[in-house]
Design a protein around this ligand. Structure first.
Ligand code: SF4
Length: 379
């Protein structure tokens, strides 16, 4: 510990480290100082200490499948390379049966979760979303369904079904939806949203959807898209709003910060967040969000090598196998579109953690569905 204290003193963060080591919550000003710290390693060491206290040496990953039902969208967020208008080349829409078939293939090869999002389609009826969830649940017994951002939920409720959000969420939960996704949060600050995703739901509206979902006894994850036009103060403001809602509901099971991928977007002139910035953001998220159990290192955004390093900077989870990621890759991401379970387990082990396969709620997952060949954590 003496070496660590020396490092924290040299980096000018010993006063913050004292509070963190004592198990106290840090304030916004301290979080901003950590984000601005010129030395990343001492911030990472502090976050690693918090992470080990919460989760020991466990490093989790998920055998999952990403499925996008459609990229047709009413909005045109400036950071997004995924959306298309109806009829535009490259637009797609899968039927419920096609989606269920794809989910079934993954379930057969051992996926424990399907993760499903799309654009804000102007015409799909609410029954499509409900049928999508129930069809996957029926074809893939035991597989957890994590689907729809808060933005999609509000779109379904306000523009499509014209029904109150609680009713829409109850319907989807009744059809078998296990978790909302954390997407659509971006950065909560109103001015930043106006610049990068004008017309999208406000922070309050995003948070309200998750609040209602949590009150139904359900879990979700939260995300933050950083590294575009926001300032460090905006990142901390984002974390503060999540921490406040988590104090209220306790419904977030994990937090996933990921860096903006500028290529092919209307913000392509921006530089991608550096590795150090990414690591500091993961670390500060771990330290600040003392009421969220798990911090996920999103290898799809960072690449597996940096994602692996983040496991020593506060993250305790390496997300999932994914199989086929589209949203980041349409924005020019050079990372693979998927990983094998064994590759994730090996990366976790190499980082000094013990690989553990988990489910959507970050629980060590029970064996479900057909015999699984891919989730062995020792290979
Ligand atoms: S981020 Fe989502 S809501 Fe915005 S344009 Fe892309 S698909 Fe549409």
């Amino acid at each position: 510990m003496t070496v660590l204290w020396d490092a924290w003193r040299r980096a000018g963060i010993a006063d913050i480290a004292e509070r963190v080591v004592a198990g106290e919550r840090i304030d916004d000003a301290s979080a901003q100082r950590l984000l601005a710290c010129g030395e990343t390693s001492p911030v990472g060491a502090l976050a690693d200490l918090v992470s080990r206290r919460k989760n020991g040496l466990r490093g989790s990953f998920l055998v999952n499948r990403y499925l996008n039902y459609s990229n047709i969208c009413l909005l045109s967020c400036r950071f997004c390379a995924f959306y298309r208008r109806e009829g535009q080349p490259g637009s797609f829409l899968y039927s419920v049966e096609e989606m269920a078939d794809q989910a079934f293939e993954s379930w057969r090869s051992g996926a424990v979760e399907v993760h499903c999002v799309g654009g804000l389609h102007p015409k799909l009826p609410f029954s499509y979303y409900r049928d999508l969830v129930s069809a996957i649940k029926e074809r893939c017994p035991g597989m957890m369904i994590k689907a729809f951002t808060a933005v999609e939920i509000r779109h379904m409720a306000r523009r499509i079904a014209r029904r109150p959000i609680p009713e829409v969420l109850e319907d989807l939960a009744g059809s078998g939806l296990d978790s909302l996704t954390g997407g659509g949060a971006e950065i909560f600050d109103a001015e930043v949203r106006d610049e990068i995703c004008r017309g999208k739901e406000t922070a309050e509206e995003w948070l309200e959807v998750h609040r209602i979902w949590h009150r139904l006894g359900k879990k979700s994850t939260a995300t933050m898209l950083f590294g575009h036009v926001e300032t460090p103060a905006h990142r901390v403001d984002h974390l503060r709003r999540l921490r406040e809602l988590q104090d209220e509901t306790g419904g977030f099971c994990g937090f996933v910060p990921f860096a903006f991928e500028p290529a092919n977007t209307k913000l392509s002139h921006l530089r991608r967040a550096s590795a150090m910035d990414t690591l500091r953001t993961v670390a500060v998220s771990r330290i600040y969000l003392d009421n969220i159990d798990h911090i996920t290192s999103y290898w799809i955004s960072s690449g597996l090598s940096l994602g692996q390093i983040a496991l020593s900077f506060g993250a305790d989870d390496l997300h999932g196998t994914i199989e086929e990621e589209r949203i980041f890759h349409m924005a020019g991401s050079k990372t693979p579109v998927g990983q094998t379970a064994n590759a994730l387990a090996a990366a976790i082990r190499e980082s000094g953690r013990e690989p553990v396969a988990r489910d959507t709620y970050y629980r060590i997952h029970p064996v479900i569905g057909p015999p699984q060949e891919t989730v062995g954590v020792g290979a």
